[in-house]
Design a protein around this ligand. Structure first.
Ligand code: BG6
Ligand code: MG
Length: 251
């Protein structure tokens, strides 16, 4: 299949992050980390701090929190703290149903399927397989899945997306990544892919497109099939969209 934007760029695959893009679980990660930070470690932890954790693996996230609070733990204490957070997070995701799927997700996946786009799902989370298994209708859209268990490196390392492209059998330059994390946008660019940011332009301005949710976008946006004007994030400063079809920063 060929989707060509004005600059002749062919997008064949779209790779979706899970937490905060497909499902509303990013908030649960935040609540669990905040509870660990404030109740167990006596570290104040804000939503702004949490932006640094989005997309980042469990142990790396803990390291960021410890750095914020200037707290030192030995390896055993770190292992216990991460397990505590994970236990608390797992309570949240114990009884998931379709209501956790974010607005516009099923519609845009359906539309992408009609365009014969290859679809991948990629999450740094080791809990993502459980989440996706609980949401079969959602999971059925995807040809390739990459989860925390498959990874040696945390975003912004590009491994998660290069592995996804590999499994989809699509060249990285023909992939769009949909991400709610700054680290994820950077990982997509380092993999040589386009990035669509879901969330606030303040944190995601390096993405080619930023929108508040997938319900603001359509398949053509993700396939860069036309050169629509920048999409603005609900009342914020104009969302970033770099030159349509320009090569992502591969640095
Ligand atoms: C990412 C989340 O998807 O997964 C992060 O954005 C989370 O917040 C990371 O820390 C790892 O998740 P888990 O479930 O393996 O601890
Ligand atoms: Mg995410």
């Amino acid at each position: 299949m060929t989707n060509t934007n004005d600059a002749g760029m062919l997008i064949e695959a779209v790779i979706f992050d899970v937490d905060g893009v497909l499902v509303d679980t990013a908030e649960y990660h935040f609540r669990a980390w905040r509870r660990l930070a404030e109740e167990e470690l006596d570290i104040e932890f804000t939503e702004e701090d949490n932006e640094r954790l989005k997309g980042v693996g469990r142990m790396e996230s803990l390291e960021i929190i410890l750095e914020i609070g200037g707290v030192k733990l030995d390896e055993e204490e770190k292992r216990r703290a991460a397990a505590w957070k994970n236990g608390y997070y797992q309570e949240y995701i114990e009884n998931l149903d379709d209501s956790v799927i974010l607005p516009g997700v099923m519609e845009i996946l359906e539309e992408l399927r009609m365009h014969h786009a290859h679809l991948g799902v990629a999450s740094a989370s080791k809990n993502a397989p459980k989440i996706m298994a609980a949401l079969r209708e959602l999971e059925d859209f995807f040809e390739a899945r990459v989860y925390g268990q498959d990874l040696d490196h945390s975003k912004p390392h590009p491994q998660i997306f290069t592995l996804s492209a590999d499994r989809l059998g699509v060249d990285p330059s023909r992939c769009t990544v949909v991400e709610d994390a700054e680290a994820g946008v950077e990982a997509a660019h380092r993999a040589g892919m386009f990035a669509v940011g879901i969330g606030s332009p303040k944190h995601l301005h390096k993405a080619e497109i930023v929108a508040r949710g997938l319900d603001e976008l359509n398949a053509a946006d993700l396939l860069f099939k036309n050169s629509a004007p920048p999409i603005s994030g609900a009342g914020d400063q104009a969302a970033a969209r770099s030159e349509p079809g320009s090569a992502p920063d591969m640095s």
